[in-house]
Design a protein around this ligand. Structure first.
Ligand code: ATP
Ligand code: MG
Ligand code: MG
Length: 380
């Protein structure tokens, strides 16, 4: 079968690697350059998008910020999964909040903002501090402001209004203000839903972010009550969207109660650990779902952590001496802070994982890989 992926980054690359043993052949559409590419080598094909759509048995996406005309073209083929509603919702925080309200899934209290008076109103209603986010763009914590005092309102508004003004009638730009949640930790749930409505959910993942960027994910800490809340939210949202493929939901854990942070209608960075931690990775399950194949096993094989390697030109070779460490490199040009690859670390117990994370920081210095030591200390 031929699969077309919208987006030609690391997620398309890892989906393609997972699809090959299933006899799924992947081509990627680079939305920026408007070229059809090989997902691993970047080789550019002469195929047009229209031709690639015709050639494809199924079409999917590695990200949610897809131009409307491309999305419409793909959806009109009736081969696009997870579907237009899911991608649109995941790409617009105001639609995301509306979906959460509709399905009765709790999120951080919020106010939508299109003019300055709304921002002043949000400060009054929600209190300070506020996290202010662009609704239609942003990833890795980009497109966000933290409002801690009234004196910042003018300056933040002037930046916000630039963003709002850059929208168009067809593609409006809006802003959302959220109450800053004093969470104990951040967790996420990743799962797959197939064309018949069957659902397979991975164990809960605990995530450490630094400056808005995911640095570390850990799977295998048991917390059944929190996991049950996350699974319930997953099932409600996936069913409401009639979702097909892998879906990720990020949460804040506030004293054992989960609030949704955001939804990603795709494979997700906090699910990369499944490549070593489970029989069937999130990438394989996404490919299976969109290709109409049965979903694979999502049970935990062993405790696994994922460390994002940021900004480095290469994988630090010393980490490969460890039998339980696996490298996944994305083949991108290095830039400071850019996600260049990740390593997965498997362990027999949380103590074992804490020891391994501690040892790895010798080769992955804390200033380059922040959050590892803090998380390791929390494990024991
Ligand atoms: P991603 O790369 O995950 O898509 P993003 O740019 O969409 O990131 P968010 O996930 O919304 O951004 O926010 C990034 C991080 O900022 C969160 O993981 C969390 O650590 C912090 N954050 C966001 N919203 C809030 C909030 N309302 N209260 C407290 N912290 C928040
Ligand atoms: Mg996001
Ligand atoms: Mg996020």
């Amino acid at each position: 079968m031929n699969i077309l992926i919208l987006g030609a980054g690391q997620l398309a690359r890892m989906m393609s690697l997972a699809g090959a043993p299933l006899n799924l052949n992947v081509v990627a559409y680079d939305v920026g350059s408007k070229q059809i590419k090989h997902p691993l080598t970047g080789e550019v094909y002469s195929t047009s998008l229209e031709q690639a759509i015709l050639n494809a048995d199924a079409i999917t996406a590695e990200f949610e910020h897809i131009p409307d005309d491309v999305l419409t073209l793909c959806c009109n083929s009736n081969k696009f999964y997870p579907g237009k509603a899911a991608i649109k919702t995941g790409g617009d925080r105001s639609l995301e909040k509306a979906l959460l309200d509709k399905t009765n899934v709790t999120c951080a209290p919020y106010q939508l903002i299109t003019e300055k008076a709304h921002l002043e109103h949000a400060v009054k209603i929600l209190g300070k501090p506020l996290v202010i986010k662009t609704c239609q763009a942003g990833y890795d914590g980009k497109g966000q402001w933290r409002l801690k005092s009234d004196s910042q309102i003018d300056e933040i508004w002037s930046q916000m209004s630039d963003f709002i003004a850059s929208g168009t009638e067809l593609a409006p730009h809006t802003i959302i203000a959220e109450k800053m949640i004093p969470f104990d930790r951040e967790v996420s749930i990743i799962g797959a839903r197939d064309k018949h409505g069957n659902v397979a959910i991975y164990p809960l993942t605990e995530n450490e972010h630094t400056n808005g960027v995911l640095t570390l994910s850990i799977a295998g800490k048991n917390n059944h009550s929190v996991e049950a809340q996350a699974n319930d939210a997953f099932t409600k949202i996936a069913n409401e969207l009639n979702y097909v493929g892998v879906l990720a939901i990020e949460f804040f854990d506030v004293q054992g109660t989960l609030l949704v942070n955001e939804i990603a209608p795709r494979v997700h960075n906090s699910g990369h650990w499944t490549q070593q931690g489970c029989h069937c990775s999130q990438f394989e399950n996404h490919m299976r779902a969109v290709a109409g194949l049965p979903l694979g096993n999502t049970e935990l094989k062993h405790i696994t952590a994922m460390i994002n390697v940021l900004g480095q030109p290469n994988i630090p070779a010393d980490v490969l001496k460890y039998a339980d460490v696996t490298s996944h490199w994305y083949g991108k040009t290095a830039k400071p802070g850019r996600k260049m690859g990740h390593i997965n670390v498997s362990a027999t117990s949380m103590n074992d994982l804490a020891d391994k994370l501690g040892e790895l920081t010798e080769y992955l210095p804390e200033q380059d890989y922040p959050g590892i030591l803090k998380a390791a200390a929390n494990l024991i």
